[in-house]
Ligand binder design. Structure first.
Ligand code: NCD
Ligand code: ZN
Length: 354
């Protein structure tokens, strides 16, 4: 990190370790927001139908690279959507011979397009055994789906009932606890060795559940895992800004058309990538931890995934006046609302050089 009069940050180009890019026109609309500011992104496989096999991932990878703006070097990192029928040898081949770097667990019914996910974790143990052997990260949507568990408790219960047994059985499996939202999650990750890490989103650093529920129901603050109470947000901020390499940025930017969110049964997901780095920089400034910003957005993720830090650099400049916040993007099928962080943002991304 270099700073001039504390008003500028130049860091290695960040990566996004959890991103929903979708397909077709939606993908072509949202992709430039990521490719401008990030070197790589872990692309989530929850399309309809999902990206299950190596062949699906190869096809989806070409769709994304064909849509990249000319001259941009952005590299999509592909993931497979784990099902109870997933073939361990297809996973091995995907890891060894394609741009597929990880496998994602969606407990069936947990979130958007998770119906084809996993009911019985024991059925996926042969896949996990291969992943442990080859060093392929296992990305976990860490929520139980039992009807008797309160939605605000689903992450904490997942740790005890699901994650701890998996960890015990596969001690060397690399696990990323995705989009961490609770202090229990933070404590769990801290209790583990370096085979466990977690992504943290920009939105869970700046909002708690009041954003969604006070003064009327606000569907654009509804995402999964759902934002929790304030003490959890504070634990996430502490973890993200602590410099601990087990925590890194995954935006979980998850665009949906407004009509799908502003509905009697609205979809989960916020589209935050347009201002994700400005939000995170603001959080680190507010926590007086700007010196840790580069680790969280540019270094900890590559270290966990055994990848080099990006060669190219990105500069952010601090303005005294708050930046104007973009409000929406348009597609031919409707608009997508851009996440409003409910705080003033002063850090503008000015260039991705090199
Ligand atoms: C994601 C989506 O819309 O695909 N939604 C969300 O609220 N984060 C799915 C997910 O990551 O849970
Ligand atoms: Zn997600």
């Amino acid at each position: 990190m270099t700073t001039a009069e504390h008003a500028q940050l130049t860091i290695p180009l960040p990566d996004d370790w959890h991103l929903h890019l979708r397909e077709g026109e939606m993908m072509r609309t949202v992709l430039p927001f990521t490719s401008r500011h990030f070197g790589r992104a872990i692309v989530m496989p929850n399309l309809a139908p999902p990206v299950v096999t190596r062949a699906d991932a190869v096809r989806y990878h070409s769709e994304i690279t064909a849509a990249l703006p000319a001259g941009e070097h952005f590299k999509p990192l592909m993931t497979l959507y784990l099902t109870e029928q997933t073939d361990p040898e297809d996973v091995r081949a995907a890891f060894e011979h394609s741009d597929t770097v990880a496998v994602k667990l969606y407990p069936a019914g947990a979130t958007t397009n998770s119906a084809a996910g996993v009911h019985d974790l024991e059925k996926i143990f042969p896949v996990l055994a291969v992943m442990e052997e080859i060093g392929m990260p296992f990305l976990v949507h860490g929520e139980v789906v039992d009807a008797d568990i309160d939605i605000f408790d689903r992450e904490a219960v997942f740790i005890e009932r699901k994650l701890m047994p998996i960890r015990q059985r596969f001690p060397h499996l690399k696990i990323v606890f995705e989009h961490l939202t609770t202090r229990e999650g933070v404590a769990y990750v801290r209790s583990c060795d370096s085979h466990t890490a977690a992504t943290i989103t920009p939105h869970h650093l700046v909002i708690n559940r009041n954003a969604m529920l006070v003064g009327g129901i606000k569907p654009h603050y509804y995402c999964l895992p759902v934002a929790k109470r304030e003490q959890h947000r504070l634990a996430l901020r502490e973890a993200a800004t602590s410099g601990d390499p087990r925590f890194f940025l995954g935006t979980d930017s998850a665009p949906h058309l407004n009509q799908a969110k502003e509905s009697a049964c609205g979809c989960a997901g916020v589209f935050n990538v347009a201002t994700a780095l400005s939000i995170v920089a603001q959080v680190f400034e507010d926590e007086q931890a700007l010196s840790q910003f580069e680790g969280f957005v540019s270094r900890h993720g590559p270290a966990f995934y055994d990848m080099p830090v990006n060669d190219r650099e990105l500069t952010l400049i601090r303005h005294d006046d708050p930046l104007p916040l973009p409000k929406k993007v348009s597609t031919s099928e409707g608009e997508i609302t851009i996440f409003d962080p409910m705080i003033a943002l002063h850090w503008e991304v000015v260039e991705a050089a090199g």
